[in-house]
Design a protein around this ligand. Structure first.
Ligand SMILES: [Zn+2]
Length: 179
């Protein structure tokens, strides 16, 4: 049986339960989580995010890339169109043993410059091998981008795969405030 078939069967089991739930387009916790695509760091499991509670955005490393900023901008417009009050919380969660750390060699520098939209000389500053540094770097990228609303409340977390513990690295603060 294919993975698709397996998952559609699981959906059939929960369809009735899902159809009874009522949600608005605004997530219950007024939160977004940016984290890695890694299957071991699913926020539904490691943070206990329930259905309808938070917008989850995932990419390799859970990084603040030009593509992520584009996603955020589109979501901000959707929220404005829907008349949703600003002041959402963004949790950036990186993790130990991240696959992105395997791209640290010079042979992958070109790929990372493309991914982060920076010059090759800036790649070392992205700290792909150190989640505690990279999460701080990404919050700084958000703070320094004038296109990101200052009302966005951002925090930085590192999830340790071995211990199962999510550690706060940067406490939640509006981007307009110096953290
Ligand atoms: Zn990862």
């Amino acid at each position: 049986m294919s993975a698709t078939d397996t998952l559609l069967l699981r959906n059939a089991d929960r369809r009735d339960d899902l159809s009874e739930k009522e949600f608005t387009i605004s997530p219950g916790l007024r939160a977004l989580v940016l984290t890695c695509a890694d299957h071991r760091v699913d926020p539904a499991y490691v943070l206990g995010v329930d259905l309808g509670e938070a917008v989850i955005l995932r990419n390799p490393g859970g990084r603040v890339t030009p593509s992520f900023i584009q996603n955020l901008a589109i979501l901000a417009v959707v929220a404005a169109v829907e008349g949703i009050e600003p002041g959402f919380e963004l949790i950036v969660m990186h993790h130990t043993d991240c696959g992105l750390s395997r791209l640290n060699g010079p042979e992958h520098a070109g790929l990372l410059t493309y991914y982060f939209g920076v010059g090759e000389e800036e790649i070392s500053g992205k700290h792909v091998t150190d989640p505690y540094m990279s999460v701080q770097t990404d919050l700084e990228v958000l703070r320094s981008n004038p296109l990101i609303p200052r009302t966005l409340i951002a925090s930085g977390v590192v999830y340790d795969i071995d211990s199962g513990r999510a550690n706060i690295v940067c406490r939640a603060a509006p981007l307009g405030e110096v953290a």
